[in-house]
Design a protein around this ligand. Sequence first.
Ligand code: F6R
Length: 250
Amino acid sequence: MRFVSASDYEQMSRKAAGVLAAQLLLKPDSVLGLATGSTPLGIYQNLIAWNREGMIDFSRAKSVNLDEYCGLSPEHDQSYAYYMRENLFSRVNIDPANTHIPNGLAEDAQAEGAAYDALIRSLGGADVQLLGIGHTGHIGFNEPAGEFIGPTHRVELNPKTIEANSRFFASMDDVPRYAVTMGVGSIMYAKKILLAASGADKADILYRSFFGPITPQVPASVLQLHRDVTVIADEAALSVIREKAPEALA
Ligand code: F6R
């Protein structure tokens, strides 16, 4: 486990984008595991700029996204398919046919999950999986639960997550209650994990995820078992780790 500190959101975004850019430089046909939410927006802006400058090339890259809301079509402006088109795919030279997101409209969520995991396996797994972290400790939409769920599956969103994500919707009632998410096993299958975090509101959960017990009550704690995890976070998000486990940040 590596912790890379950044002064603020902008620097965190540049450093995390640098990891993804290096991955593409070293292996142009990389499989990038991608995330949505507020955290990766700055990372994607850096990647777009570097792609325009000719520094990085997505023409042979492939991508697998973590999750999608159930019931939203890819055209819905709050779907994660729409988010990815708007914030990355339509602005870099990636082939849309090489980008993959779970289908939130699938009638049979279990079959969709199995097909998505088969797809990930057929691509050889993500070379690097970008993650954000929710206030509940969720990764993807793996919410606190009685057990870790391995495969891609349909999940009921935690009330805290619905509240946090309501900022993107007209009202709380418009936030979908269910999502399809890569399971913990699908995420752990990635060769490398890159978790990005920003802001004081993530400081406590970041500490509990990496220095607390490994438990499905804190889904991100499973990452303690992955052999190649890099956490890039700004000082605000690292504040509790800096206070309680400063040796990790040396
Ligand atoms: C997004 C995802 C979520 C977010 C998490 C943090 O694809 O899977 O786990 O990474 O909810 O969201 P932000 O970055 O908005 O704080």
